[in-house]
Design a protein around this ligand. Structure first.
Ligand code: APR
Length: 312
């Protein structure tokens, strides 16, 4: 099972990595890579298609500057915008990326009104809201990529610490995609064994802290931009759950409508992803400390939305 057409908007580091992964996994008949920069999507798309005979995939990768090429796409992964440099927070990208997101989403609405949009551009939770408002799509079809990446970072650090396979580590990270995210130690297990039985609390706390700052750690190394391999893999995992109707439960940014006692904001929560996009938000029990942390994270998202409104 695969989609007919998936479009990746933004042919930069994250976007181009997404299109290569989508093609290698044959998740669509065609992958369209779109960017405003002339020649970049065409060159990267052709280069990726030329890897098809070696990698053995039949997904056509086509680069374009023209949204007509994306008409009727089943899914859009939106990565267009600017990325962080050292000293910048995700929120520093606010105004520029909000402008990019609304222009991209107007085109999506025009050429593929039935599509599902996966938002990757930061600041994620606010960009997802811009996408929801610009497209006018129902919340089922506008989902943000954050928790899959944050959870992957957390799992990768736990695997290093315990020197065990990443395959056996299950974890859940909730909240906004920023330093206020909420990695839930109580929902973290290794082959069903609660993490608290394998690691001392101070080590768990250190891994949680490293996860919160995981994006910044990569920016500090790269200096010229932000992470892209893991973010792209995370967005593609969400697309795979949708095109294969896998009904996976993945932490994603969803537009809350009463869940967790909150409404009208995007926040990272466990989501059931299937053919219709967001099939359901799963509510899990949280202790008082976790609830307070989620509320702090929500407050940060609300204040970033307010900051954007003040800029406009
Ligand atoms: N329409 C289409 N593409 C655009 C537009 C637009 N209006 N504006 C910018 N772009 C393109 C740029 O031309 C560039 O090729 O978006 C691409 C961004 O690529 P990079 O600068 O390499 O940034 P990247 O590392 O891919 O990050 C993109 O994803 O993870 C987030 O925080 C990250 O917001 C950032 C986004």
């Amino acid at each position: 099972m695969s989609a007919k057409k998936i479009t990746v908007v933004g042919a930069g580091h994250v976007g181009a990595t997404c299109s290569q992964l989508l093609a290698q996994k044959e998740l669509a008949r065609e992958v369209i890579l779109v960017d405003i920069a002339e020649g970049i999507p065409q060159g990267k798309g052709l280069d990726q298609w030329e890897s098809a005979p070696i990698e053995g995939f039949d997904t056509r990768v086509i680069g374009s500057n023209d949204y007509e090429q994306c008409a009727g796409s089943d899914i859009f992964i939106v990565t267009a915008g600017i990325a962080r440099k050292p000293g910048m927070s995700r929120d520093d990208l606010l105004k520029t990326n909000a402008g990019v997101m609304s222009s991209v989403c107007s085109e999506i609405k025009r050429v593929a009104p039935k599509s599902i949009v996966i938002v990757v551009t930061n600041p994620l939770d606010v960009m997802a809201q811009v996408a929801l408002e610009t497209t006018g799509f129902p919340r089922e079809r506008v989902i943000g990529m954050a928790g899959v990446l944050d959870t992957a970072r957390y799992r990768s650090f736990i695997a290093l610490e315990l020197d065990v396979s990443i395959e056996d580590i299950q974890a859940l990270v909730l909240g906004g995609h920023g330093d206020t995210m909420v990695p839930l130690a109580s929902y973290t297990s290794v082959s069903g064994i609660p993490l608290s039985q394998l690691l001392a609390q101070d080590r768990i706390d250190a891994l949680v802290e490293r996860t919160r700052k995981g994006g910044g750690e990569i920016v500090a190394h790269l200096k010229t931009g932000s992470a892209y391999y893991a973010p792209a893999a995370a967005a593609v995992q969400m697309a795979e759950a949708i095109v294969k109707d896998k009904r996976r439960i993945l932490p994603c940014a969803a537009w809350l409508q009463g869940e967790y006692g909150m409404s009208d904001l995007y926040l990272g929560v466990p989501c059931l992803l299937g053919a219709n996009g967001l099939e359901k938000v799963i509510e899990v029990e949280l202790d008082a400390e976790e609830k307070a942390a989620l509320e702090t994270s929500a407050e940060h998202v609300r204040s970033t939305v307010a900051a954007l409104e003040a800029l406009q």
